[in-house]
Design a protein around this ligand. Structure first.
Ligand code: SAM
Length: 292
């Protein structure tokens, strides 16, 4: 018979049985609210045609919902103490493969080749360990694996930054790095009270849907991302000052930057946070085209 893992009493029972103690350093805040888990799985729109990668299954609270809806699930868990727990809680889900590894060191292409039907979509669904939210997202975004969607829980503040629009306080190089490849939407907010132990901040579910093509046309992605990072280096400075700071203050750099800004029709006195992705792309392309 099926007893949901994530009720507060079942979670307590499992943790006691294994004498498990939480490690704050691993971002271990387990969800103990079945309704939130159901809503996360729903937001991910899973089916028999979808395979899922989960990061940090914990004792399997979210994993079982994924297993019941998706074709196959691969779950990366860094904490070896959770492996015997998952072996028990996941024993009734033959489509779950738990891998005891740091997701940042995992070869996702190899693991998915081995366990997934290659013709099917891959989605990432996870309640992320908050101490490495951004490194994990960048690892997934910059990696070679084709991921069609991510439905990921994180600190609300990070979800706000990722989904931010230009000219808002939260808008920055992280917003651009993600929105370049993915449509980003804050799906819903999760109060800290539904976790054991409770984190210090509220959380949010972010839904990222891979675009068919990047949102803007960029001649050189490395230069584009370098420019966007440079433009937010010192938030209270003008775009011009930030650019000089990163690209050099000599006469040649000044001439090159002035030319590119004019060509892209961007006032150097503006602040980086007022530029849209389209304007950053235009500026980056002008900089690349006029050489340096
Ligand atoms: N999915 C469970 C839930 O929702 O209740 C647990 C989520 S908890 C916020 C984060 C999980 O990620 C923990 O189980 C932790 O051990 C694991 N974790 C932390 N760092 C990791 C890493 N680098 N790679 C894989 N898992 C990691």
């Amino acid at each position: 018979t099926y007893k949901e893992i994530a009720t507060p009493s079942r979670t307590r029972e499992i943790l006691e049985k294994y004498g498990f103690s939480f490690k704050k350093s691993l971002g271990q805040n387990f969800l103990t609210e079945p309704n939130v888990l159901r809503k996360i799985a729903e937001t991910a729109e899973l089916s028999e045609e979808v395979n899922v990668i989960e990061i940090g299954p914990g004792i399997g609270a979210l994993t079982e919902h994924l297993a019941r809806l998706a074709k196959q699930v691969i779950a990366f868990e860094i904490d070896g103490r959770l492996i015997p727990v998952l072996k028990e809680t996941m024993s009734i889900y033959p489509n779950v493969k738990v891998i005891n590894q740091d997701v940042l060191k995992a070869d996702l292409v190899k693991e998915t080749d081995e366990h997934f039907d290659l013709k099917q979509k891959i989605k990432v669904v996870a309640n992320l360990p908050y101490y490495i939210t951004t490194p994990i997202l960048m690892h997934l975004i910059e990696g070679e694996l084709e991921i069609s969607e991510m439905v990921v829980m994180m600190q609300k503040e990070v979800a706000d930054r990722i989904s931010a629009k230009p000219s808002t306080k939260a808008y920055g190089s992280l917003s651009i790095a993600v929105q370049y490849f993915y449509d980003a939407e804050l799906a819903f907010i999760v109060p800290k009270t539904v976790f054991t132990p409770q984190p210090n901040v509220d959380s949010a579910i972010l839904k990222l849907v891979k675009r068919e093509q990047p949102i803007v046309n960029v001649l050189d992605e490395r230069e584009f991302f370098k420019l966007t990072r440079a433009s937010f280096e010192l938030r209270r400075k003008t775009l011009w000052n930030n650019l000089l700071h990163v690209y050099g203050k000599d006469e040649k750099a000044r001439e090159w930057l002035t030319f590119a800004l004019e060509k892209a029709n961007i006032d150097p006195k503006r602040r980086g946070e007022t530029l849209s992705l389209q304007e950053f792309a235009a500026l980056s392309n002008a900089m690349v085209e006029s050489g340096k």
